[in-house]
Design a protein around this ligand. Sequence first.
Ligand SMILES: C[S@@+](CC[C@H](N)C(=O)[O-])C[C@H]1O[C@@H](n2cnc3c(N)ncnc32)[C@H](O)[C@@H]1O
Length: 255
Amino acid sequence: VCGVERVDTDLVARFRRARGDDRLVVLEGFHALKHALRFGARVRDAVATDVGALERLAAELAPDLAGRFAALARPVGGRGLRPARAARAADRVLALAERPPVDAATVLAAALGSAPVVLLEDPRDLGNLGACVRVAAAAGVSGLVTTGDRDPWAPEALRGAAGLHFALPVARAEAFPHPPPTDRPIVAIDPAGAPLRPAAVPAGAVLAFGTERAGLSDALLARADATLALPMTPGVSSLNLATAVAATLYAWRLR
Ligand SMILES: C[S@@+](CC[C@H](N)C(=O)[O-])C[C@H]1O[C@@H](n2cnc3c(N)ncnc32)[C@H](O)[C@@H]1O
């Protein structure tokens, strides 16, 4: 727990343990808790320095959740809890929620609808990963799968996603399964592909995005049924990963 000033050792120990427990997630700040509650998270514990400020912000930004924060959050001493980046009193809230039990094979194998699955190959930056989850939730994809060792449910990713992990299935696999447990077409999104036109995105595709520095692996490019690029001005090497996910998903939404 970053920034706990006057030590409540129980509280610190509980949140620290939760960071290493793959059945739990740590939610930091008002927006993460707001979306978690709105999308049905089972919140086990919440502490806040100013429960009144939380409720006032809920009345303004999330009237559907009025009363929920006060019912959930235990007040902790004014100087007891200070998440480092919390500028507003209402963001000085930490919560523990149960992590939904979702696995990557199930997300990939889910019945082929028209909505795509987003596949992030070995994303490194957790804030960026969270931004991808947020845009995937907003666009209405059927799920998001990551590969590699980064936990997509890490607190930093939850914060980057404003808690929207609870709005769609999000899961991690060590590697993209071979053969894939799905009939979905695989579309590599890569700067070297053919220009992406909305109609070129097949229904129910797995849209694969590469790692921040190196891009998609040769193995994934070789397995793709199509490779599509977001056109860029000459001289620009690539878009940021979350930006590329956003542009691709909104092209799909406008098809
Ligand atoms: C920061 S980029 C990786 C850059 C890497 N050097 C490359 O050339 O692929 C991360 C990912 O975002 C996606 N991306 C970024 N810009 C793109 C573009 N213009 N067209 C298609 N995909 C793009 C790709 O999936 C890429 O692997």
